[in-house]
Design a protein around this ligand. Structure first.
Ligand code: ADP
Length: 647
């Protein structure tokens, strides 16, 4: 019989397991039980539809744990689907799937030996799967018989030197994993895994909800039968098979019977997260449709969240049996980050995906879930601001996109859940605000909600237009994400208060008198502005004019119409825009109170047209730079500036 080598990455994970210094070695049992339970699920499913498997009775499905102290072996046996030769090879010779794969991905990039410690700290936070048994065993034998095959096979490995597969004999379908436990050492007494108490408590801790009975021979002390009733009671130890797990899934228990620890543990195991969830929502609904939901909000963005393979959705159960892992229809896109499950007794077990989509009950459940999560988020925002801000940092983007998508059809549902940065700092020293809070702080004479938009908060704070609005005592929302301005535009207003970009032309900050004054001076200088506009070339900008919106700064670009300068940048950066060049209608605004205004007027008056042309060009380019827009000819700008310096 020849030895086969593990695939490279499997070998690496295996080495890690064998040499593990990880203290939580006990999780191996949870992993093996979970595999056994999956294998039973698979055979049970098939028995529902396949004639040749129709004799399989649900009540016979079980997992057995066999402790053999003499041989130092611990066996986990199931009567699930089993594996044939190729499956043993494929599944146990390579890092296969789900948990294990995630673990592997998390490890990549971590350098080999030196960071073993980091790597081991990850073990058990993921489902590391089958290989975890090498943490406690120095030899592992797997005997398996597939439900589709008459032959059984034995897979065996002592770890690093590879594995072997040969034919074996096994009467019934299923898999037996025999762990030859490592010798006890100073640090670790592996023989504890042969003790009844250890196994009982590990099953309670990690696998209590497994739906199939996990059975084990257990000792029990019972009073001996008395010959004479005055005789002293004597006890004897009997051995009997006992089911170690309650088989009640955590979500089917009453809330008061589930500890926080259990909720968290369940989440981390079930959804392969290494961090605790931020929040969970456990509800039982009785009525027209009865169902239970257990929903979790992760505390961080899953690594694959923005990837195309990310699957949103909740697991769907019919009375404790999973019928679908990711039922997309149960969650709106904007809540795609929520994990969890729905269990309903009213759903049929072998319902197909297509029928499910039209299922009225499912739609009602989905609607209820949506509003339940929203109201939980609202109360979190009210009562635990710090946690909500953490959530929003992670998942604010989908919520904002949700408000914008579908021409804003969900905007009213979401408007109070959105946070924006702002010039106001709340008591948590955070600059996140809701629009409602902004409105509540608005000054009596403030008619509009002001916002400024750029790539970063720092850049926004440096914008000349912002300074002036702040100076007048108004609060400004700082929009630093590309979707932000689109969201506000689709919302148009909040409680009748319009959203206005501080860079937009329609911002209305001046008193009537100031407005008149500005109008007058723009009128007086209109020929100069016409010349300046023309000197920049056809259609470069819409207008040139004086402004009061700048406090100390000389120039800025403002926009007219719906597309702002920032939106222009975002739209043109989108991949599917083709050659379409979306342009904001921009106006070059010059601070009337800045000395540059006098200079320009003087040049025009003295008919120094060439110089005025140069100045105009420099002003436009610098205004563009401030806005983060590209300039057409940087070399020309550099030369112009030098000319002006030398003079
Ligand atoms: P994962 O469970 O994350 O897929 P594992 O390394 O634990 O990864 O297992 C690899 C594969 O081996 C499983 O996906 C399954 O196909 C198979 N397997 C493991 N244990 C059993 C078992 N007891 N019965 C049948 N198949 C099993």
């Amino acid at each position: 019989m020849s030895k086969k080598q593990f695939k490279a990455e499997s070998k690496r994970l295996l080495d890690l397991m064998i040499n593990s210094i990880y203290t939580n070695k006990e999780i191996f049992l949870r992993e093996l039980i979970s595999n056994a339970s999956d294998a039973i699920d698979k055979v049970y499913f098939r028995s529902l539809t396949e004639d040749k498997l129709k004799d399989i009775k649900q009540s016979d499905l079980q997992i057995n744990i066999i402790r053999d102290k003499d041989n130092r072996t611990l066996t986990i046996k199931d009567n699930g689907i089993g594996m044939n030769e190729e499956e043993l090879e494929k599944n146990l010779g390579t890092i296969a799937q789900s948990g294990t794969l995630k673990f592997k991905e998390e490890m990549t990039g971590v350098d080999d030996k030196q960071n073993d410690q980091d790597q081991t700290s990850l073990i058990g936070q993921f489902g590391v799967g089958f290989y975890s048994c090498f943490m406690v065993a120095d030899r592992v034998t797997v005997i398996s018989k597939s439900v589709d095959n008459d032959k059984a096979y034995k897979w065996e490995s002592s770890g690093a030197d590879g594995y072997s597969i040969e034919e074996a004999s096994k009467e019934n379908r299923g898999t037996e994993i025999i762990l030859h436990l490592k010798e006890d050492s100073e640090d670790e007494k592996y023989s504890k895994y042969l003790e009844q108490y250890t196994i009982e408590s590990l099953i309670k801790k990690y696998s209590d909800y497994i739906r199939y009975p996990i059975k084990m021979d257990c000792e029990r002390s019972v009073p001996k039968e008395k010959k004479d009733k005055d005789e002293k009671t004597e006890y004897e130890t009997i051995v009997e098979e006992k089911t170690l797990n309650s088989m009640i899934p955590i979500w089917k228990k009453a809330k008061k019977d589930v500890t926080d620890e259990e909720y968290k543990n369940f989440y981390m195991q079930k959804f392969f997260d290494f961090e605790e969830p931020l929040k969970w929502i456990h509800t039982k609904v009785e009525g027209q449709y009865s169902y239970t939901t257990l929903l979790y909000i992760p505390s961080h963005v899953p690594y694959d969240y923005f990837g195309k393979d990310f699957k949103k959705g909740l697991a769907l159960y019919s009375n404790g049996v999973m019928i679908m892992e990711h039922c997309e229809d149960l969650l709106p896109d904007y809540l795609g980050f929520v994990k969890g499950l729905v269990d309903s007794e009213d759903l049929s077990l072998n319902i197909s995906r297509e029928i499910l989509q039209q299922d009225k009950q499912l739609r009602v459940i989905a609607k209820n879930i949506e509003s339940k999560i929203r109201s939980e988020l609202e109360s979190m925002l009210q009562n635990d601001r710090v946690a909500y801000e953490k959530l929003f940092k992670a998942f604010g983007m989908p919520l904002k996109i949700g408000a914008y998508d579908g021409y804003g059809m969900n905007k009213d549902k979401l408007k109070d859940l959105l946070l924006f940065h702002s010039s106001y700092e709340n008591e948590n020293k955070s600059d996140y605000t809701t629009i409602k809070e902004y409105v509540s702080r608005m000054k009596d004479d403030q008619k509009e909600i002001y916002y400024a938009s750029s790539e970063t908060i720092d850049k926004i704070k440096m914008m000349p237009q912002v300074e002036n609005v702040l100076d007048k005592g108004f609060e400004v929302l700082y929009l630093d994400e590309s979707v932000d301005e689109f969201v506000l535009q689709i919302m148009e207003n909040y409680d009748g208060k319009k959203f206005v970009n501080v860079s937009a032309n329609n911002i209305d900050l001046d008193t009537e008198e100031e407005k008149k004054e500005l109008q007058k001076s723009n009128e007086e200088n209109k020929d100069m502005f016409a010349f300046m506009k023309e000197s920049l070339g056809e259609a470069t900008i819409k207008d040139v004019r004086f402004t009061h919106r700048l406090k100390n700064h000389p120039v800025c670009l403002s926009s007219e119409g719906v597309v702002s300068v920032e939106m222009q940048k975002v739209l043109n950066a989108m991949p599917d825009q083709g050659n379409r060049d979306i342009k904001a209608e921009t106006v070059l605004e010059i601070n009337e109170k800045h000395p540059i205004a006098e200079k320009l007027k003087a040049l025009y008056k003295d008919d120094k047209k060439d110089e005025l042309k140069k100045y105009t060009k420099v002003l436009l380019d610098t205004a563009k730079l401030i806005e983060g827009l590209p300039i057409d000819n940087p070399t020309e700008l550099s030369n112009l500036i030098c000319d002006l310096i030398i003079k």
